[in-house]
Ligand binder design. Structure first.
Ligand code: ADP
Ligand code: MG
Length: 386
């Protein structure tokens, strides 16, 4: 789960990091009222969307007066911002953040994430932070260093030193940076985060180490342990089909292809996506209906797949284990009664109650294409949507 910059800064602050003073609002009048109480030379107005690259896309503005702030806020609120992270459709700006301006001496890059390969936490740091970090990563990768840290209660001083070495800080600023690394590590572990990114992390002209931007992603599977974090979820920023899927406890991820996939088991779902690609098409989604799915759950999943306008055909690939093929078949038939299925449907069933499942589908009046195995199924669905 992602959260907004202002929420991420709030959490960082709780763990001891320095962030600029600021506030968020969803209306311009309210924003101006609150801005009157902000002690700052200039106002920094920032669009709150779950995507970076705002600076280059006009989503971050530095303004001299309340008048300017008001004009820019009016312009930005409700605007669809297209950044290199939003995709071409962009994101509508529904909330704004205003913070005090900082006097930037230097911009650094700092992030922290789970490194699955080593089962450690990786800190990534660079002295070339700011809006061009992607460019630095491709042209000067040696300017970006990774420090892998063992998972423990606390991070060691030696590891902190390695992370910040590239910042080349002196005395007090160095101590502040070390303390920040400790704060971020603590926050990362305590909140079950997947990723914390501060870009830019800055050294101010006054010698302070400040988090000027913040992005955090949490492990959704651990959110039950953090109700206060779950409250920060902004459904405006999420794909409606994924929201619907999460209500039914379905593992669903929307993709860009044209073949909808209804599969049980994450491994089988991955294999199904792979073989669709092998035959030259792209999957429209990843979906694992799970082990013991009810027919209601199957029906919900089927409707979610069909609600995607890009779906030109559906491949049902079920291996009946704990999940019984007849339950799946009934779910599909129930869903089909409520919505008109106008795309080809290829079905491959195997395993528990396969015969009963096939009978339900054969007697349903639905126009189906039966497949013998996974290979046959993929070939047939690709052929059917041509
Ligand atoms: P994004 O990463 O989405 O482009 P940032 O929050 O990183 O947005 O802001 C982009 C740039 O704007 C920063 O690299 C920094 O130079 C400048 N900036 C952001 N916040 C402030 C601030 N409070 N004071 C001064 N400059 C800022
Ligand atoms: Mg940034």
């Amino acid at each position: 789960m992602n959260i907004h910059e202002h929420q991420a800064k709030e959490i960082l602050k709780k763990y001891g990091a320095i962030v600029p003073a600021g506030f968020f609002s969803t209306s311009v009048d309210d924003l101006i009222e609150k801005a009157k109480n902000l002690k700052t030379e200039k106002y920094v107005l920032k669009a709150q969307i779950h995507a970076g690259g705002r600076g280059k896309a006009g989503g971050v503005k530095i303004l001299n007066t309340l008048e300017e702030l008001k004009n820019s806020a009016n312009e930005l609120l409700g605007k669809t911002l297209v950044t290199h992270q939003t995709g071409p459709e962009g994101r509508e700006v529904k909330r704004l953040y205003v913070e005090e301006s900082s006097n930037i001496e230097k911009e650094f890059y700092l992030s922290c994430l789970v490194d699955r390969a080593s089962s450690k936490i990786a800190f990534i740091s660079s002295d070339q932070g700011g809006m061009d970090i992607e460019e630095v990563a491709s042209s000067n990768p040696e300017k970006i260093i990774t420090t892998k840290v063992d998972i423990a209660e606390e991070i060691s001083d030696a590891d902190c030193e390695s992370v910040i070495k590239i910042f080349d800080l002196k005395s007090d600023a160095k101590d502040q940076a070390i303390s920040l690394i400790k704060s971020i590590y603590k926050m990362f572990i305590s909140t079950d985060a997947n990723m914390v990114e501060v870009n830019p992390l800055i050294l101010t002209k006054e010698g302070k180490i400040v988090c000027l931007d913040a992005k955090v992603n949490f492990d959704s599977n651990a959110l039950f342990r953090h109700p206060e974090i779950l409250e920060l979820r902004d459904l405006n920023e999420e794909d409606p089909t994924e929201i619907e899927a999460s209500k039914h406890d379905l593992a669903y991820i929307k993709l860009d292809g044209s073949i909808g996939c209804m599969v049980n088991g994450a491994g089988l779902a991955m294999a199904t996506m792979d073989i669709i690609k092998l035959y030259g098409k792209e999957p429209a989604n990843f979906l694992d209906v799970g082990g013991g799915a009810s027919k209601e759950k199957v029906s919900a999943a089927f409707k979610i797949i069909l609600s995607d306008k890009n779906v030109k055909g559906i491949l049902i690939n079920i291996f009946g284990g704990i999940m019984r093929c007849d339950v799946l078949a009934q779910g599909v038939v129930d869903a089909a009664k409520e919505i008109n299925i106008s795309v080809p449907l290829v079905v491959r069933l195997a395993g528990t109650n396969f015969k009963e499942g096939k009978e339900i589908l054969d007697n349903s009046g639905l126009k189906l294409i039966s497949a013998e195995n996974l290979d046959d199924a993929a070939k047939k669905i690709v052929e059917a949507i041509k």
